[in-house]
Design a protein around this ligand. Sequence first.
Ligand code: NAP
Length: 458
Amino acid sequence: MMMNSFNPATDTLLGKFSIHDAQAIESRLRVASESQKAWARLDVRQRLPYLLQVAAALRRKKQELALLITQEMGKPLSESLGEVEKCAWNFEYYAQQGETFLADQVVASAASDSRVVYDPIGLVLAVMPWNYPFWQVMRAAAPVLVGGNGMVLKHASNVPQCALALEQVFKDAGLPEGLFTTLLVESSAVRGLIEDERIAAVTFTGSTPVGRSIAAQAGQALKKQVLELGGSDPFIVLADADIEAAAAVAVKARFSNTGQSCISAKRFIVEQSIADRFAEAFVAGARKLVVGDPLLPGTTIGSMARGKLREELHAQVLASIQEGAKVLIGGQPVPGPGAYYEPTILDHVTPAMTAAREETFGPAAAILRVASVDEAIAVANDSPFGLGASLWTGDLDRARQLSRRIEAGAVFVNGMVASDPRLPFGGTKQSGYGRELGHLGLHEFMNIKTVWTGPATN
Ligand code: NAP
């Protein structure tokens, strides 16, 4: 059985890669498990230099890796380069902070010597999506590895070359063989992996329906899981905001990564009194986007990752228009080869319309006009999702109060939602649970152990 590597921007086959059969999976899991046990016995200070070596290996091959990302999923090369760079930063961050994050916590208020220590739990299975084929994996891998765990990757089947290149990065960096293992397998193999006794936990990033199924399987096997799922992030612009600044950031927040990000702003909830000004500035910014060959330096919107995803997005746009939304710009697939879609802005969207109800995973924005601040918050929360939210206002005291009322894993005030190694990342409601990044991301996959020591008895 083979897995295809396909360039969605040119509709060409890049190569075919053999899927790992049962025997290969067994031998790779055996090596990974043995390697992890030895790694777990190292002191955290002995692991830190390896993380720096991973960062260096990523930087050495930055051009080559970025090209692979762009070829397999179509985003502009400049964004792929940024993605590889961010992975390197993440490894450096955990190399700097790992010892502090894993230090014993003495519980001063408890009797005797009571402390919390962080022990590794084993191999973490990572089931990952294609939209940031390096970042999604590496943001999970750095804390897993610094904590003394190992990682087994089942990547999305449209990015097999990225999946193999990730494993090679760890080899180049000199990490113990198999500590990071890629399995080229189809999604039907995931259940068996979750049940395998060498897998201790699961981290999943992807869509909500698949997350639900993986959670059920991991629950049945009683294995810890972190779920990073879909989103329909609100971008709330209040009447006292800097409209021009908000509109400029809105373009980036919706259209970078060709709109295929879980934390892309998707619902632009704008107070009626400034909605015309915001929409005009947003459209003017979107008109400057350059759709085209993702390898060309000036391109800002590449190809979507698969033709089927473009069809799904277009169906959502058409349904919303049918329901009464007005097209301000775009609204059509770009004819010719590749899965290109015009940057699209829909206005007069209501919470009942498809573009507001469903996650739109591509370059299409929905503007929802509201009469008051309270309505803005109610509309923002009127979603099954709760990943990120962006809030624009000139009044920072009010922003702090309102941010507590927004049902999301993160609120960015007067800025765009972004992941950052230093800040916990994750969702609430149907966007999942658990956190990645920061110190909380590291503690997710540790055995948080209480050690109580009484007086010496001899
Ligand atoms: P997806 O279809 O859920 O796939 C994600 C991963 O799950 C892939 O490796 C896929 O493998 C695997 N998979 C699919 N069906 C499976 C099944 N029945 N059992 C086990 N594994 C299965 O998601 P996607 O379309 O690749 O990614 C887009 C989604 O991810 C969006 O909803 C987006 O919001 C979400 N996302 C969330 C975050 C976050 O941090 N919250 C970040 C990025 C993306 P195959 O490719 O082999 O099917």
